[in-house]
Ligand binder design. Structure first.
Ligand code: ADP
Ligand code: MG
Length: 617
């Protein structure tokens, strides 16, 4: 609890005790008035000040104004007809209880987000002539060598050039398992170095680094408003003036006709108290805020309330295979050379893939231990969905699938072995292939089941890999619907077909961000996985999953569904109760206590309902 919240809680308790105690005091007239002014002002002075400020700034019609007018009116009426002041005090009291709840709940979800915000690095250690110096990470150029000591945050993305350590990535991914890194490993900012000293060569500027990107994203998330929130803002703009004019007419017209001012002014005041739209104005943004906060705590970044709303309506999930459902770490399971040396085949393939970020490229590079021999390598082109062409020691080497072989006119041979086949050709001469196989992620099958159980109707797998591999992976995961041998552009058109067929529901695409950016941005909602370090993915996607656990997909969908369910409950509940009570108030059935319940009770219940999003999102 913040000091301000503590202070407000004390005010609420003191005023409540006084209000109850004064019930047993038998005073009348102005003495009673002054007595009740004590708890009233204790609990309500700030509301009165805010209302006065609102009037001064000509934007009077907010909830403070409604509360001030209603309570002052009730006090005036009680003074005039010698009535009871408890009601006025109680209106303020319960209003403050509602405010207290709200600020507590907002504080709680802010805290969740700020735990994620804890990834903000403050300094980088740079070696100079006088030893280490702490430098503002903003000033570090690409390629600078920095030192990260145990317990410190990695300030900028880079590559480890000396040292060995474990990294705590919980602030980024929500996973508490430490990640071991050693020389050559890519590290991203925001992770905490646990035990060893690491020397890192930076590969990005501070503002381009993962931590900065994520902070930006989360800070801007709540500015992208959902339809529900827009609805509420518009609603409040029309609603408040209407309610105030209704209250005015209720106070004036029947009073003139019947001559009974006290009754009708009282009813108008009740009407005003009931009408306060705070439950909606407060609880709906709070629900989204809490939902986004809770999700980010799990390493799921949702870029705005509008996307939370879209995500909640997803019925079809289209997924990429490599790196999304499978680990994207390939083992070489066979090398079949054709009139060529096997070692030499791997050697050429590894060189061709020297700079590739594709999982296949990384794996082939890993299969050849002697990267830095003196071969002369020049990469010609990497063709998405096909493979790569390079000039190695003067010869053109093509490494990729059948499509690439056809393109260079090499006569490729099919293979009986299960796995992804990477063919190699020198010029137009086919020299053989490497069989590599990928492993399905351990949680992938469960993730597919969970998606179905969270209400997703169809899961579709798209892949550039061969039909054989695709069929095998899909069968293993319980995915009936899949398409194989797609080029990146084919993935877009397949997705478009699905989008056309599913006009009434939303379609999500999940990819790893490597050559999937066009599909990610074409889908109703693009989800990028394993985004630690891959900024293309962070940018193109609407939802970013920091680690590569597919279980986070159904989790994200569930969070969004729950969030929207709460929003809907609150809209229906608050508007329903309010309208009912306003009618009852106008015809004289509901008294002030009833009004208090309708206003503050609804608000507290709505906020509590919204808070479910924080406590067990
Ligand atoms: P996925 O849809 O499974 O993610 P991609 O579209 O990334 O697959 O790639 C499709 C196919 O293109 C791969 O299965 C592989 O045959 C070939 N390919 C793509 N990039 C490379 C590369 N760098 N080296 C070799 N083959 C590649
Ligand atoms: Mg891919």
């Amino acid at each position: 609890m913040t000091p301000k919240q503590k202070k407000n809680l004390i005010r609420i308790v003191v005023a409540a005790v006084l209000m109850i105690a004064f019930e047993f005091v038998t005073l009348t007239g102005t003495a009673k008035f002054f007595l009740y002014m004590i708890p009233y002002l204790i609990v309500g002075y700030d509301i009165l000040i805010k209302a006065a400020r609102g009037i001064k700034n000509l934007r009077a019609l907010d909830e403070h104004f409604l509360m001030a007018v209603a309570t002052i009116g009730a006090i005036g009426l009680a003074l005039y007809i010698g009535g009871d002041y408890t009601e006025a005090v109680a209106v303020m009291l319960f209003y403050q209880i509602g405010e207290f709840f709200q600020s507590y709940a907002v504080g709680k979800s802010r805290k969740n987000i700020s735990e994620l915000m804890d990834i903000r690095p403050d300094f980088a250690n740079v070696e100079t002539e006088n030893g280490f110096e702490k430098v503002d990470p903003d000033e570090i150029e690409i390629g600078t060598e920095i030192i990260v000591k145990p317990g410190e945050k990695i300030p900028i993305d880079g590559v480890v050039i000396a040292g060995k350590s474990a990294l705590n990535t919980i602030a980024l991914t929500g996973e508490s398992l430490p990640r071991d890194v050693e020389v050559g490993a890519e590290v991203v900012s925001g992770c905490v170095n646990i035990n060893g000293v690491l020397k890192i060569r930076t590969t990005k500027l501070f503002e381009e680094s993962t931590a900065s990107k994520i902070l930006d994203l989360v800070e801007n998330a709540s500015s992208r408003k959902s339809k529900s929130e827009e609805f509420i803002t518009k609603f409040a703009r029309i609603y408040t003036p209407i309610v105030v004019s209704c209250a005015l007419s209720l106070a004036i017209i029947p009073s003139i006709i019947t001559g009974d001012f006290a009754t009708w002014i009282y009813r108008a005041l009740i009407f005003l108290v009931i009408s306060c739209p705070c439950a909606l104005v407060i609880s709906i943004p709070l629900t989204f805020f809490a939902g986004i906060g809770g999700a980010s705590h799990d390493g799921i970044l949702i870029k705005g309330s509008n996307l939370m709303e879209t995500l909640s309506k997803v019925e079809t999930v289209v997924m990429d295979k490599t790196g999304t459902l499978t680990q994207g770490i390939f083992d070489v399971s066979a090398v079949h050379a054709k009139d060529f040396d096997e070692k030499q085949l791997i050697h050429l393939a590894a060189h061709a893939e020297r700079y590739s970020t594709h999982p296949i490229g990384i794996s082939l590079r890993g299969a050849y231990p002697n990267e830095n021999d003196n071969c002369d390598v020049e990469i010609l082109e990497e063709i998405a969905g096909q493979g790569i062409r390079a000039k190695i020691n003067g010869e053109i080497v093509s490494v990729g699938n059948e499509k690439l072989m056809d393109a260079v006119g090499a006569e490729w041979k099919s293979c009986y072995k299960a796995g992804t086949i990477v063919h190699v050709a020198i010029g137009a001469k086919y020299v053989g292939h490497v069989v590599i196989s990928d492993v399905v992620k351990p949680t992938a099958q469960f993730a597919v089941e969970e998606m179905f159980s969270s209400g997703v109707k169809d899961v579709v797998m798209l892949t550039g890999d061969s039909e054989k591999v695709a069929a095998q992976v899909a069968a293993g995961l319980g995915i009936k619907n899949y398409r194989s041998e797609l080029l990146p552009a084919d993935k877009v058109s397949e997705l478009e077909k699905i989008l056309d067929a599913e006009k009434n529901s939303k379609v999500a695409f999940v990819g790893d961000g490597i050559n999937d950016a066009p599909v990610l941005s074409r889908a109703d909602i693009g989800i990028a996985m394993g985004a630690m370090g891959a900024d293309a993915a962070i940018e193109a996607a609407d939802v970013v999953i920091m680690d590569d656990n597919p279980l986070k997909i159904p989790r994200a969908i569930k969070i969004a569904r729950k969030c929207l369910a709460i929003v809907k409950e609150n809209i229906v509940f608050s508007i329903g109760v309010k309208i009912l009570c306003m009618v009852l108030g106008a015809i004289g059935i509901a008294n002030m206590w009833f009004a208090i319940f309708a206003d503050v009770g609804v608000m507290v219940l709505a906020v509590l309902n919204a808070a479910r999003m924080i406590f067990n999102a």
